[in-house]
Design a binder for this molecule. Structure first.
Ligand SMILES: Cc1cc2nc3c(=O)[nH]c(=O)nc-3n(C[C@H](O)[C@H](O)[C@H](O)COP(=O)(O)O)c2cc1C
Length: 276
């Protein structure tokens, strides 16, 4: 597929479409990537997984502090225990492979102790740096896995039950899950998800979201035309009522208004983070 076609499918915003740019397989793949939640029974070879983990840990790392850790959950009892916490997302318990990407602020603090230099890494800076490192490793794993024909789904819902997940995985203080990652060979096609128009998500020289209202309305309509949200997937109609047009922004506003993750801040505060 040409860049123009791939970018058109991704954004549908009539914007720049890579005219004259030489074909490159990675760019083509990324433009057409999609999350996969259903997998065949085939188990990816251990050697391939070793390479993917090495690639993920080759990501950039803030100050070379290297504060990401990757935990593979192999033990069937632990897989089942985590899966059972999230019955609405059955892929978590059954994907052929499941990793947890950890922000690891503990290692640097231990290295400080080792070298006799007191390090306090439960700060906001320590938390943020470790989170970013883990997120970069996660995304590197995603793109590399997809480039060899695997399908993946990041899983941040595990943070909603962070106390239980941390107990199952034996996480010490200052080590926290950023997201899990289901991985396997895709079953079925899925679809490329339309992104917000680049006029809204990119800026030049100066931030400007002055046209947000029109841009979101337009995006909602275009997204609805390619992939409408079915009535049975509308959120909290009992509370918010039914609306004549249920688009992406209505859905995301409802989702965000019912904020998840209440368990995460108290978990972090009681496991080494002061966020000073
Ligand atoms: C940090 C992060 C956490 C996510 N957590 C979940 C999750 O808990 N469950 C899930 O089914 N999908 C999860 N996703 C997948 C997103 O829903 C998906 O990326 C988004 O809908 C866009 O679709 P696309 O990746 O196919 O473009 C997560 C994605 C990211 C980046």
């Amino acid at each position: 597929m040409s860049y123009a076609a791939a970018i058109g499918r991704r954004f549908g915003d009539g914007g720049a479409a890579g005219e004259g740019v030489a074909d490159h397989e990675l760019l083509q793949r990324v433009l057409s990537r999609k999350t996969v939640r259903r997998y065949s029974d085939a188990i990816p070879a251990d050697g391939l997984l070793d390479v993917l983990v090495a690639a993920a840990l080759s990501s950039s790392a803030k100050s070379d502090f290297q504060q990401a850790s990757i935990l593979r959950v192999d033990d069937p009892a632990r897989r089942t225990a985590i899966g059972e916490l999230f019955p609405s997302m059955p892929w978590i318990g059954v994907s052929p492979v499941f990793y947890v990407f950890l922000g690891d602020a503990r290692r640097l603090q231990r290295i400080g102790e080792l070298r006799g230099k007191p390090v306090r890494n439960g700060t906001l800076e320590g938390f943020f740096n470790a989170s970013v490192d883990a997120a970069l490793a996660l995304q590197t794993m995603i793109l590399c896995a997809e480039s060899v024909g695997l399908g993946v789904c990041p899983i941040s819902v595990i943070r909603n039950e962070v106390d239980k997940v941390a107990a199952i995985l034996g996480l010490p203080d200052l080590v926290f899950p950023v997201a899990g990652l289901c991985l396997g060979y895709p079953q079925g096609e899925g679809h490329v998800s339309l992104r917000l128009p680049r006029g809204l998500t990119t800026h030049r020289d100066r931030y400007d979201d002055g046209r947000l209202t029109e841009a979101i309305d337009d995006y909602d309509r275009r997204r609805d035309a390619v992939h409408a949200i079915p009535k049975e997937q509308q959120r909290a109609n009992a509370e918010f009522g039914e609306v004549p047009f249920y688009g992406w922004s209505e859905d995301k506003a409802r989702q965000a208004a019912k904020a998840e993750g209440a368990a995460f801040p108290p978990y972090l505060r009681s496991h080494g983070f002061s966020f000073d």
